[in-house]
Design a protein around this ligand. Structure first.
Ligand code: CAA
Length: 260
């Protein structure tokens, strides 16, 4: 059996997952990817989990990328499989998680590490965080969705600059271009991520999951996002959460969503 490379802590509806490979700056090897994939999958049906916070161990790195030592002798076929399996097993699953995933970026988020954060729904960074896609400096390109998700989040021009220059940016620059939603001190990072989780958890979990689905629809090939929104909107009216949310408003009380 492989070593445990992630820590999981469940408290008050929040699953906090910490990647535990500090000696390699939490780089993503096959075991970390496999363990994260199982954790995200399991959380989908765990009634005790409503939101997920993803972070790295130590004070230096969130994740410093895919494990360069693991893939340095790969050929083209193996490289393609690395990207395909990583995207299928983990990055796409995080993005499609019906429970919001918040990245708490506590240091370097480089290459596959930034791509991991990009797959999350919300990103909060500590002020020492450094982010970038340095793959072209290694003779490869981002392979865990970075060429697609970075332009979606910061726009094509800024993404081109970051990908082609391979340069890192600091937390304030990342906030200025919309790459992260907030910047706080390292001491406040997890608390801020948990506060964000709590503000989401006040809402209907069914509507939150449906909203994620509708937002993602606009980025799917061949899908009309506006039509997907209309369909999702209509489906919301059939849920018990909708009945409770609207009734609570009319009765001037806080809703108790049955979807929880
Ligand atoms: N893979 C494997 N090991 C890594 C790693 C990575 N991505 N990043 C850091 N490490 C290891 C280092 O090799 C080192 O191990 P040893 O002590 O055994 O030598 C240890 O972590 C500490 O790292 P450094 O000594 O390099 O620490 P530093 O403070 O001098 O530098 C850093 C920090 C700038 C983040 C530097 O480690 C670095 O540049 N890391 C690589 C970043 C990178 O290029 N990431 C992209 C990977 S490719 C990718 O992700 C492809 C993809 O899209 C799928």
């Amino acid at each position: 059996m492989s070593d445990l490379l992630i820590l999981q802590n469940k408290s008050a509806g929040i699953l906090t997952i910490t990647i535990q490979r500090p000696q390699a700056l939490n780089a993503l090897n096959a075991s970390v990817i496999g363990q994260l994939s199982v954790a995200i999958d399991t959380a989908q049906t765990d009634a005790e989990v409503q939101t997920i916070v993803l972070t790295g161990s130590g004070e230096k790195a969130f994740v410093a990328g895919a494990d360069i030592k693991e893939f340095s002798d790969y050929n083209g076929r193996e490289g393609k499989a690395l990207a395909q399996e990583g995207q299928d097993l983990l990055f796409n699953r995080i993005e499609r998680s019906s429970k919001p995933v918040i990245a708490a970026i506590n240091g370097f988020a480089l290459g596959g590490g930034l791509e991991l954060a990009l797959a999350c729904h919300i990103r909060i960074a500590s002020n020492n965080a450094r982010m970038g896609l340095p793959e072209v400096s290694l003779g490869v390109i981002p392979g865990y969705g970075g060429t697609q998700r970075l332009p979606q989040i910061v726009g094509k021009g800024k993404a081109m600059e970051m990908i082609l220059s391979a340069r890192m940016i600091g937390a304030d620059d990342a906030a200025a271009c919309g790459l992260v939603n907030a910047v706080v001190s390292q001491e406040e990072l997890l608390e801020t991520a948990h506060k964000m989780a709590h503000s989401i958890m006040k809402n209907s979990p069914v509507a939150v999951a449906t909203a994620i689905q509708a937002v993602l629809a606009g980025y799917e090939d061949g899908v009309n996002g506006f039509q997907a929104e209309i369909n999702c909107f209509g489906a919301s009216f059939e849920t018990d959460d909708f009945k409770e949310g609207t009734q609570a408003f009319i009765e001037k009380r806080k809703p108790q969503f049955p979807g929880k």
